[in-house]
Design a protein around this ligand. Structure first.
Ligand SMILES: O=C(O)CCC(=O)C(=O)O
Length: 279
């Protein structure tokens, strides 16, 4: 029997997990238990887990294969799977906007694990949104219209990094290497089959088959809906807090309200879901 306890944070998403020590290897049954809790609550929070980068990668590997070095952010020396998000006034974050990770890839990431390393004395919270609940809140006529539509995702605001690094050539090169993807606006979770709204204000740039003004108006309507607080959970980080989220149907937003303080996080992205056939 598992000693792990799951305490939901809101009716829509988020749960605090206790009764597990992430510095130790998880048993198969505990890993399965956490996976089921992840599918149900979309984002799981673990406090007081002061684990090493190796243990962080080991924990993430319980759920699938890990992404290699990120195309933009630095990896922790000696740990190519561990991305360092070191943000402050000199290096402001680009994640203070709603996004799901890597939706500019045809196979967007399955999950991410984020660990608080250096946390501002106040601020620097992260919010997650439940896009299944956003889908369920759509007016039924609009939902039907959206069911036939797809949208283009590309590197969105990563353009700023690319421009800073290499001007217009930098943007063109990065666009070529990162690519773009087209996803249905009403997408389905690959395991539960539940429908969710799959557009995000960072990476979704155009609704296929529409003029740009039409597309912009409809996207803005959906972005406003995703931005409503009843679909959110908000995490106050401490050093040693870890969040694990299912990227398929959730979005997140890292609040950039802590300058001149610094905020340092370690992140590991789980590319594919080991429990999902053919993932
Ligand atoms: O730093 C955070 O709280 C979230 C980082 C983020 O947006 C990401 O990992 O995609």
């Amino acid at each position: 029997m598992s000693l792990i306890e799951v305490s939901p944070c809101t009716p829509n998403l988020g749960a605090i997990i206790t009764g597990v020590d992430l510095s130790k290897d998880l048993s198969d049954s505990d890993a399965d238990f956490l996976y089921d809790a992840l599918l149900k609550h979309l984002v799981l929070f673990f406090h007081d887990q002061h684990i090493t980068p190796e243990q962080l990668s080991g924990f993430a590997s319980n759920f699938g294969s890990l992404q290699g070095r990120h195309h933009t952010y630095e990896a922790l020396e000696g740990f190519e799977h561990v991305t360092v998000l070191d943000m402050g006034p000199e290096n402001p974050p680009d994640s203070a906007e709603w996004h799901a990770d890597l939706t500019f890839s045809q196979d967007a990431a399955f999950a991410s694990v984020l660990q608080g390393i250096e946390i501002p004395s106040v601020g620097g919270d992260t919010l997650w949104a439940n896009c299944f609940a956003v889908h369920d809140a759509l007016p039924s006529g609009l939902r039907k219209d959206l069911e036939g539509l797809s949208a283009v995702h590309d590197m969105g605001s990563f353009r700023s990094h690319a421009y800073k690094a290499g001007g217009v050539d930098g943007i063109n090169e990065r666009m070529e290497s990162v690519g773009s993807a087209v996803h249905p606006i009403i997408d389905h979770h690959p395991v539960t089959g539940r429908p969710f709204v799959n557009v995000n204000e960072t990476f979704t740039v155009h609704i296929s088959g529409m003029t740009q003004p039409e597309s912009r108006r409809l996207l803005n309507y959906l972005f406003d809906l995703i931005n409503r607080p009843q679909f959110h959970v908000r995490l106050r980080w401490q050093p040693g807090t870890i969040a694990l989220w299912d990227n398929r149907g959730s979005q997140h937003y890292a609040v950039d309200d802590y300058f001149p303080e610094r905020r340092v996080m370690h992140r590991v992205v789980v590319e594919s879901d080991v429990r999902q056939p053919n993932s």
